[in-house]
Write a protein that binds this ligand. Sequence first.
Ligand SMILES: CC(C)[C@H](C(=O)O)[C@@H](O)C(=O)O
Ligand code: SF4
Length: 475
Amino acid sequence: MVDATRAAQRPRSMFEKIWTRHVIAEREGGESLIYIDRNFVHEGPFYAFDGLRLENRKVHRPLKQFAIADHYAPTKHREAGVVAIQDPDIRRMIEQLEQNARDFGVPLIGMTDARQGIMHVVAAELALVQPGMITTAADSHTTSIGAFGALAFGVGASEIKHILATQSLWFRKPKTMRVTVEGSLPRGVAAKDVILAVVGKVGLSGGTGHVIEYAGPAIGAMTMDERMTICNMSIEMGARAGMVSPDETTFAYLKGRQYAPPAEYWERALAFWRGLPTEPGAHFDQEISLDTSRIEPMVTWGNLPEHALPISARVPHPDEAASEKQRGHYERALAYMQLEPGMRLTDVAVDRVFIGSCTNARFEDLAAAAEILKGRHAVVPAMVSPGSTDVKRRAEAAGLDRIFKEAGFEWRDSACSMCVGSNGDFALPGERCASTSPRNYENRQGRGVRTHLMSPAMAAAAAVTGRLTDVRNLG
Ligand SMILES: CC(C)[C@H](C(=O)O)[C@@H](O)C(=O)O
Ligand code: SF4
């Protein structure tokens, strides 16, 4: 009894509060069976449905799922429909998703649906994610929507099958990390620069097994679009999830959206949501802090997101690596990226620019890029794939599409597109691409393609100069 009282008084983190509410059962070895509020599937994990068919099982709670076409959706000529997709493998992936949704009674946002988009962008736009929820998807960047004060886990296809069959999943309880971001964003510095700086500091595996809470004045001042960019890249540090406390910004974003609590439940929802934030004095297994006043626009030079540096820096020498392992990564990255140690990042010429992905293709991202492109022209091939069909529509209503097109950019439909190339949108072999996506892995944007990650404004700057460029110099 005394212990229980003490436990109740102990200050709790947002993670602990949400986790505890969702535990159905615990088993030896420290695993908990967790209730899943909502699960998302894209074209990838179709074998989860095949598995259910084989075992003659149903989806337990079909209306707690959402199937969204994003990875394989073409970014051109979409109005012609799925049947018009030329590549039979790509067509099959989308047809399968639609078939599985129909067969199992799962709500579908298909390729030509007005609500279509990258699932993590759509989940927010429709308020399918809300504070206090636990959501899952067979996609590592599910972490994005933890920005709403939810726990959002990326899981594997076999786990998706378990979730479809039971609406729950066994998890080992993650550890916790808090990243406190002080200060306010200097001119020319975007949320992407902040998270690239964090990933550079924490490293590839520094967040392994942890749920990261991003806190501090810089995060509190961010819009939902920016917070999603931050949470999106949690996975690039190995973290299980990323989250931000829900606040007035969160509530204002959610209000009135399709799946938000309706007016008669709104006050009750608010009262619950307001009780979620971390209490002062709550314990975190790791604490890290960062001051934005020292952050510059960032770019990656290598093949891991942690290979992030301020644009004013030079390409590092393997001797600068912090460990033998990292030295190996540096050597391999220098060879693949065809860069010389010591060269200025601003001397690196690019062949192509991609503005898109669940990291950086929401409305504010496109607006930031368009701001730089106004009255300027791209000197290399460049394209925009908006994060969702709704983002595309809003951007067009605001005239952003005209700015992009006048600057020589292709204005495409919404999909994962050249972030990963599943739909066939690749850069040409060996090209060097300035990209707003979250990953710079070898061959990800095409065979031998060398990817440099950066913010939308920095990508626009690279497009008009043909090299990695400090956007602050373009005014
Ligand atoms: C295809 C999918 C499983 C993958 C992921 O999990 O992240 C993709 O979205 C990515 O960004 O690499
Ligand atoms: S946009 Fe890129 S990172 Fe995001 S889900 Fe699609 S492939 Fe993954």
